[in-house]
Design a protein around this ligand. Structure first.
Ligand SMILES: Cc1cc2nc3c(=O)[nH]c(=O)nc-3n(C[C@H](O)[C@H](O)[C@H](O)COP(=O)(O)OP(=O)(O)OC[C@H]3O[C@@H](n4cnc5c(N)ncnc54)[C@H](O)[C@@H]3O)c2cc1C
Length: 362
């Protein structure tokens, strides 16, 4: 008979959400992290944008800004969104980081933690007699951080024709740390951001558009008057490393079992919102605070509120886009409106390491 070691928590997935949850839980509990491939994790080669508070939070987890390529903050966006002309708008203070370096730094911390063990994910865990049974382990609680695979989700929701995303990592000039740039097209949008040593160009939208040749994407940008977004940048081509991904919203329904979906496994936000990492980390910290049934209920209510708020803010952003009536945008907007929910007005937050709820003043 196979021996299955008992852990306090099993974490599925070793992306930012899974590793943060594992590190936080490991302060007081024994954790097993299950990944499809141990120690050879694929990680996106790209520059990501995070809010200033997330950089502070990463510092508290022991990840120094220089390790992940963060330098000067930026507080402006150059965009062609509501009209054809480009405009500079003020935005919340953000930092640009090299995502592959973040994933590696979190992994290194988790690997050196004596309360965390890694194992390969082979089969979906089963729930038997109040405990989950996995490949060589047992645990009473699962934190599902498997990204958009959301392996423990009873159901996943996404548009019938989900948007795709493709990013290129390009050597950059120093001026690329200055800001985030984005241009909307009838088929989706193109964005650019840099850290000073690297720039990422991202193309998001209908999958045919995203898979087009870089020169065709550039021609389309020029046609709609947005060629400026690739100015002073060496051409992005097939020779540069590119990374694919999901480009539109997806979320999971909640399991009746003691499963806590975090990060993209809970709500996979589109790249447009630049909130994926911030919410992955805050979900992970909230999940680590779930120690009894009452906290589990608060965690579930937090998920519902987050989802209602995100759908509403994304829909309003899409409505402000000059291409909102183009078929690709209109279809996405219809999907969002079909799932719009009224927020309960209850906010759930962490206070001194405990999940707490309060009714938001209207
Ligand atoms: C093109 C693009 C650009 C983006 N830009 C930004 C940005 O600028 N700023 C930002 O904040 N966010 C951005 N995001 C979103 C951000 O990348 C995600 O929100 C973030 O990676 C979520 O972290 P996660 O740990 O939940 O999921 P992931 O990073 O997807 O990690 C999930 C992990 O689970 C593993 N896994 C999969 N299946 C299983 C299984 N069966 N068992 C165990 N493990 C499994 C995967 O291998 C992976 O390691 C972007 C996303 C895309 C696609």
């Amino acid at each position: 008979m196979t021996t299955r070691r008992l852990f306090d928590v099993a974490v599925l997935g070793a992306g930012p959400a899974g590793l943060t949850a594992a590190l936080q839980c490991a302060e007081t509990r024994r954790v097993v992290v299950c990944t499809p491939r141990v120690l050879d994790l694929p990680t996106p080669l790209r520059v990501d944008c995070i809010p200033a508070q997330t950089l502070v939070l990463l510092g508290e987890l022991g990840i120094e800004p220089t390790v992940i390529g963060a330098s000067l903050p930026t507080g402006r966006v150059r965009q062609a969104w509501t009209s054809s002309g480009s405009e500079d708008v003020l935005a919340a203070r953000t930092f640009h980081i090299e995502r592959h370096r973040l994933d590696r730094a979190l992994l290194a911390r988790a690997l050196s933690n004596a309360n965390i063990e890694f194992t390969s994910f082979v089969h979906r865990p089963e729930f038997r007699a109040h405990v989950f049974v996995g490949d060589g382990w047992r645990a009473p609680l699962i934190i599902d951080a498997s990204g958009s695979a959301a392996v423990m989700a009873p159901k996943r929701f996404h548009p019938v024709h989900p948007w795709a995303a493709r990013t290129w990592l390009i050597g950059a000039k120093q001026d690329d740390i200055k800001g985030f740039q984005i241009a909307a097209l009838p088929e989706g949008y193109v964005y650019r951001l840099g850290t000073g040593s690297h720039t990422t160009v991202g193309v998001v939208g209908a999958s045919r558009f995203v898979r087009a040749k870089p020169e065709d994407i550039l021609a389309r940008l020029q046609e709609v008057g947005c060629g400026w977004i690739l100015e002073a940048l060496e051409p992005f081509t097939k020779r540069q490393p590119s990374w694919g991904g999901r480009g539109s919203l997806q979320w999971s329904s909640l399991s009746m079992l003691p499963v806590l979906p975090v990060g993209d496994a809970a709500i996979a936000r589109d790249p447009l919102s630049s909130q994926g990492l911030a919410t992955a980390l805050s979900d992970a910290l909230s999940a680590a605070a779930v120690v009894d049934d009452a906290a589990l209920e608060l965690f579930r209510s937090r998920h519902c509120t987050n989802l209602a708020n995100h759908i509403s803010s994304l829909a309003s952003h899409l409505r402000s886009c000059r291409w909102r009536d183009a078929p690709v945008w209109a279809q996405y907007l219809r999907f969002l409106m079909g799932h719009a929910q009224t927020s309960t007005g209850t906010v759930t937050f962490l206070s001194h390491g405990r999940l707490t709820s309060a009714v938001r003043a209207s």
